[in-house]
Design a protein around this ligand. Structure first.
Ligand code: SF4
Length: 439
């Protein structure tokens, strides 16, 4: 499901943008639909109230917890496969649930309150998320309120060190499915940062990813620089992101009472030479899309073009210097540094020569280099460099004036690399099907 489809459905029921925004906000922030002096029971049109339980049930089916590693990492959570963590909002908002549409806010009155009161914002876990059609993706709860989410089932880039790309692309996630992963995570603890670095290449599902980013940065209450769009480097990403910087923000043609503080706080109108505007979509969609400018992460992994073509076999063949230059223009336009991603593989991309080239490539650039030590993947022959070597690489770059970090891998190390948990679940489902057939 796409957020735009949901909005259209609501419009067909006679809703205005303010109604759409309030519903999305309640869903994404897991909060009451009521506002001071504007209770939902009088604010929402009757046609919407009548179908609200059905809409919420549908939203609830978008992303459900199938499993997690470590198991039951949440102290309050004893979750069997496909069980959701909280009773649906509709249960608490339907006329049958009581006279008021207010979600209980006193501890003990509502399951969500109990979960949040004791939730640990540093909780780290890899979640196996089941989508409405039974397909599965992974999300990772990261320290300090971070969440890594998936944008596709499988991936077409086929990086040789990644499990997610092993079987190619299975399907795209709709923007609502992307956002639903944030909702699922928020049902157990706060989420203040979302990185689009899970399964899938966001550039291959750009309309849905940008729609999700827009709604998370407005009704989802995530700071724009805390939305991190990751790519292997695709011209479409640079063009669409620069569109956001070259459009002059305008007030919405249908003003909403639901605009969050983030909508204007991070947005200055900027004109960047050399990047024409493109005028995609309807006026409303274009205006919505210019509100939120995410931070950019670029998966580089090597400065050697030939090696990169081997490591990322289906990534666009764009000269590395051009990738860095385009990313730099966006970083300067937004004032967020580019986050370069570099999966460290022993004997592959950890040489002194690579370090020299990184130092030259990123000199004077508004950038941070994130080294991600390789996580073992079943059946792959790669290894991570030693701890000493990784530390020496970081120290060298720092000495050359390049900000370099070993990416906090607390979440990444849970049960190995991205896609591995899903792969095991798929294998186990296959073998139990085989066993059943043989009975
Ligand atoms: S590392 Fe990212 S881009 Fe590469 S195959 Fe895996 S999911 Fe796709």
């Amino acid at each position: 499901m796409r957020i735009s489809t949901l909005r259209q459905r609501m419009r067909d029921l006679g809703c205005k943008p303010c109604h759409e925004d309030r519903l999305l906000r309640g869903w994404m922030q897991q909060c009451s639909y009521d506002r001071k002096g504007s209770p939902a029971e009088t604010f929402f049109p009757l046609a919407l109230r009548n179908v609200l339980p059905a809409i919420e049930a549908e939203l609830d089916m978008l992303a459900r917890l199938h499993g997690e590693v470590p198991a039951n990492s949440h102290p309050n959570h004893d979750c069997s496969p496909t069980q959701t963590l909280m009773e649906p909002l509709a249960t608490r908002l339907s006329p049958q649930a009581g006279k008021s549409l207010v979600i209980p806010r006193i501890a003990g009155e509502g399951t969500n309150v109990a979960l949040r009161a004791s939730s640990n914002n540093d909780e780290v876990a890899r979640l196996l998320v089941e989508l409405h059609d039974g397909q599965m993706v992974e999300s990772v709860l990261l320290p300090r309120g971070g969440l890594c989410i998936s944008t596709q089932v499988g991936c077409a880039v086929g990086c040789v060190f990644c499990m997610s790309g092993k079987n190619g692309l299975l399907r795209q996630l709709g923007s609502a499915e992307i956002v639903a992963q944030v909702v699922l995570a928020r049902r157990r603890r706060a989420v203040s940062k979302v990185v689009f670095m899970g399964m899938g290449e966001p550039a291959h599902n750009l309309d849905n990813v940008l729609e999700a980013i827009d709604v998370l940065g407005t009704q989802g209450n995530i700071g724009h620089k805390n939305l991190v769009l990751s790519t292997v480097g695709d011209l479409r990403v640079f063009e669409r992101l620069m569109d956001k910087c070259t459009h002059v923000d305008q007030p919405s043609p249908q003003p909403s009472d639901e605009t969050t503080s983030h909508s204007t706080k991070h947005d200055k109108s900027m004109q960047v030479a050399g990047y024409p505007t493109s005028g995609r979509g309807s006026e409303r969609e274009v205006q919505s899309s210019i509100l939120v400018k995410p931070a950019l992460a670029l998966s580089l992994h090597t400065t050697d073009a030939a090696l990169r073509a081997k490591l990322l076999p289906h990534a666009p063949q764009i000269a590395i210097a051009e990738l860095v230059e385009r990313a730099e223009v966006y970083a300067r336009a937004t004032s967020y540094p580019v986050q370069y991603q570099w999966t460290l593989i022993e004997g592959m991309n950890d040489s002194d020569a690579e370090l020299e080239r990184i130092a030259a490539l990123l000199a004077e650039k508004y950038a941070v280099m994130n080294f991600i030590p390789f996580n073992p993947v079943d059946g792959l022959p790669y290894r991570r460099p030693s701890t000493e070597r990784i530390a020496a690489m970081v120290a060298y770059l720092k000495q050359r004036g390049i900000l370099a970090k070993i990416r906090d891998s607390a979440g990444q190390e849970i049960e190995g690399a991205c896609g591995q948990l899903r792969a095991r679940a798929v294998e186990s489902a296959k073998s139990s099907r085989i066993k059943t057939t043989n009975l």
